[in-house]
Design a binder for this molecule. Sequence first.
Ligand code: ADP
Length: 196
Amino acid sequence: MLNLVLFGPPGAGKGTQSQKLIDKYNLVHLSTGDLLRSEIAAGTELGLKAKSLMDQGLLVPDEVVIGMIANKLRENKDAGGFIFDGFPRTVPQAEGLDKMMAACGTEITCMIALQVDEEELTKRLLLRGQSSGRADDQNEDLIRKRVQEYNTKTAQVAKYYEQQGKFFSVHGIGEIEEIFGNSCEIIDRHLAKAKA
Ligand code: ADP
C-alpha cells in the first residue's frame, strides 16, 4: 500500500499536487480541510464548532480531526492507498495516524513536504481567495495567523517523520509539472525499494 502524507504550509500547493498524485497512483484523498468544510456546509454541530476556529485561523482540536480520519479509513477498507492532505498538523495527530495505520496493518510510506516561502504563500492565498470565495483566504491577517499556526504547531510534524527516515522535501515554487515530477521520483524510489 502507498500511503502518502502531503505536507506544507497553507497555499503550498497541496491541493493541486494531491489531485495529480491521486490520478497517477490511484489513491483515496483524505483532506481534513475539505472534510471540515463539508461538515460546515451540512450545518452539523461539529461543523459549527470547527467554523469558529477556522474563521480565526486556528487549528481544530486533534480528537475531532483524528475521529474524522478514522471514519474515512473505515469507509475505505478496500483502498489501494491514501493521500493525507492537511493532516497530520500536530505531533499528536501524527501519532494518532501511525496508530490507525498500524491497526489497518499498514504504515505511512513517506511525507512529501512542499517548500514555499511566506511572501509567495500570502500572494497565492489572496489570489485563491478571489476565485474560491474561501473566507480564510481573503484576509491577510488571517493568512498570517494560519502561517503562524503552521510554524508553531505544524512544522514539528516534519521532524516526527524525519526521525522515522520518511521525510522528503520538494521545492514548491515553479512549474506544477516539475514539482509533480520531483514528488513522483521520491515515491517511485520508495515503491522500487518496497518491491526489491
Ligand atoms: P490550508 O492548508 O490552505 O490552510 P485547509 O483546507 O487544509 O487549508 O485547512 C483549512 C482550515 O481547516 C485550517 O486553517 C484549520 O483551521 C482547519 N484544519 C484543517 N485540517 C486540520 C487539522 N488536521 N487539524 C486541525 N485543524 C485543521
